[in-house]
Design a protein around this ligand. Structure first.
Ligand code: HEC
Ligand code: HEC
Ligand code: HEC
Ligand code: HEC
Length: 134
């Protein structure tokens, strides 16, 4: 009896989880985004490759901040983080993604960690910035 109850609870939980996953996937997430802006070349960012690795949206899309509230939950970084930071913004475009030598930062820390685990991730400037990307 207890076992049956447990099984029912487990399947209800699994169903709820599945619904949650489906809702998340139903959101309109652009697959590939070309981030133009650097003279080194544009960066091709593939959402699908990143989300498939079960990376939470909030890893990159931080919550709205009082200094400059978001207009949408996953607003484009480039709406606020511009080449030269405009007050009240302090974090300029490059710093939103990485430090000047691309040794640290949002897009680098995880790649370094994954590379240490044996996953092939971009490391050099030109692994991300490529004139062929536009
Ligand atoms: C590894 C980092 C990362 C993760 C994880 C991530 N995103 Fe993004 N997302 C980006 C970047 C970078 C852009 C491009 C921003 C720009 O164009 O300025 C973007 C753009 C978007 C846009 C388009 C915004 C616009 O107005 O142009 C949407 C919508 C979006 N993401 C939704 C999501 C959702 C939903 C998830 C989770 C399922 C997610 N993202 C996970 C980095 C990420
Ligand atoms: C609606 C405006 C807005 C959008 C869109 C936005 N940010 Fe921010 N971001 C801010 C504000 C405000 C701060 C805090 C002040 C500052 O550092 O300039 C901030 C700070 C940061 C910081 C510094 C560390 C921290 O959390 O304080 C990073 C890194 C960052 N954002 C990355 C991103 C990335 C990547 C995206 C897109 C996936 C994004 N931001 C989208 C407004 C925004
Ligand atoms: C939480 C971890 C994590 C974060 C944060 C992250 N990445 Fe990645 N990235 C990965 C992993 C893992 C791969 C390898 C996935 C694959 O090749 O299937 C990867 C691969 C890539 C690739 C090469 C694959 C391709 O699309 O051709 C690019 C380019 C890339 N990331 C750009 C970015 C950018 C730009 C950011 C910041 C907005 C970012 N990544 C943030 C984990 C991360
Ligand atoms: C993991 C991918 C990745 C790597 C590696 C990387 N970048 Fe970036 N970088 C980005 C993204 C994404 C942006 C924001 C969109 C853009 O400007 O293309 C950016 C922005 C910039 C900017 C700001 C654009 C501007 O003109 O103000 C500069 C400068 C820059 N990167 C230089 C470099 C240099 C130099 C290296 C190597 C030391 C490097 N990047 C390595 C992803 C990367």
């Amino acid at each position: 009896m207890t076992r049956k109850l447990l099984l029912t609870t487990a399947s209800a939980f699994a169903l709820a989880l599945l619904c949650f996953v489906m809702i998340v996937q139903a959101e309109d997430v652009p697959k590939v985004i070309i981030l133009k802006g650097s003279p080194l070349g544009a960066v091709k960012f593939d959402h699908a490759k990143h989300i498939a690795g079960k990376i939470e949206c909030a890893t990159c899309h931080h919550a709205s901040k009082p200094e400059k509230p978001m207009k949408a939950e996953h607003e484009a970084c480039t709406d606020c983080h511009t080449k030269v930071a405009q007050a009240p913004m302090k974090t300029k475009l490059q710093a939103a993604f990485h430090d000047p030598m691309a040794k640290k930062g949002l897009c680098i820390d995880c790649h370094v960690k994954k590379a240490a685990e044996g996953v092939k991730t971009p490391a050099k400037c030109t692994d991300c910035h490529n004139k062929a990307n536009g």
